[in-house]
Design a protein around this ligand. Structure first.
Ligand code: HEC
Length: 204
């Protein structure tokens, strides 16, 4: 009997720490799983929800791009419409004038007779154009920088399209519209080449 009692006491003494270790271990794994990180805290209740919750905090933050349409970003504006060369409202190809050598002096005289009423003396602009969005006929001296080009051939072609085919400015009812001098044969292709040379000379 004496030995039996001693035996059980020794067994109990050894098994207590083992039981304690198992107990702590069980609690640890039930809270933290196999993750070494138990950041939720020891004994913190674990809520497993198979259905995604509808708490606002768990929803993804609304993307900024939804609030600001991509087309309105400054970069997109610059790339799409900002740098486009203006074209007349009446479409068409460049005329024969762009392959002729223009004389700016003859062009100056032609401009005085045919163009100055709308574009002003020496093309300085300021002529009112009621019913158009701009309110005035565009100045050709200086000309819209988007029509300008370091390559005289390209510059001539940009201006030529307006002179050949004409253009109706934007607005509800523009009082003055750009006539299509080439399409109506109002002036010859050589005269158009001359007037183009003159307009380019005004913008040197
Ligand atoms: C009856 C008025 C009128 C006369 C005459 C006229 N223009 Fe114009 N012109 C305009 C108007 C209005 C515009 C603007 C068109 C637009 O915005 O689409 C314009 C546009 C232009 C442009 C394009 C400028 C720009 O910034 O868009 C050129 C180049 C031009 N004219 C050259 C001439 C030349 C050269 C002559 C003479 C041969 C001439 N115009 C005679 C009214 C006139």
């Amino acid at each position: 009997m004496k030995r039996d009692f001693k035996f059980w006491m020794i067994l109990l003494a050894f098994s207590l720490p083992v039981c304690a270790a198992l107990f702590i271990g069980t609690i640890y794994f039930s809270n933290c799983g196999l993750n070494a990180d138990c950041s939720r805290g020891f004994l913190a209740p674990v809520i497993h929800t198979p259905i995604p919750t509808l708490f606002p905090a768990t929803l993804p933050a609304p993307a900024l791009s939804v609030l600001i349409p991509p087309t309105l970003t400054p970069a997109a504006t610059d790339a799409s419409s900002g740098d486009e060369v203006p074209e007349p409202s009446i479409p068409g190809l460049p005329g024969a004038a762009i392959n002729l050598k223009g004389d700016a002096t003859s062009g100056a005289a032609l401009f005085k007779t045919n163009c100055a009423t709308c574009h002003g003396q020496q093309g300085i602009g300021g002529v009112p154009n009621p019913g158009s969005s701009d309110g005035t006929v565009p100045s050709l001296n200086p000309i819209d920088p988007l029509l300008k080009n370091p390559d005289p051939k390209v510059f001539a072609s940009n201006i030529d399209l307006f002179i050949q085919h004409g253009s109706v400015p934007e607005g509800p009812s523009p009082f003055r519209t750009m006539p299509g001098w080439g399409d109506t044969n109002e002036i010859t292709q050589q005269q158009i080449a001359d007037v183009i040379a003159y307009v380019i000379s005004l913008n040197k």
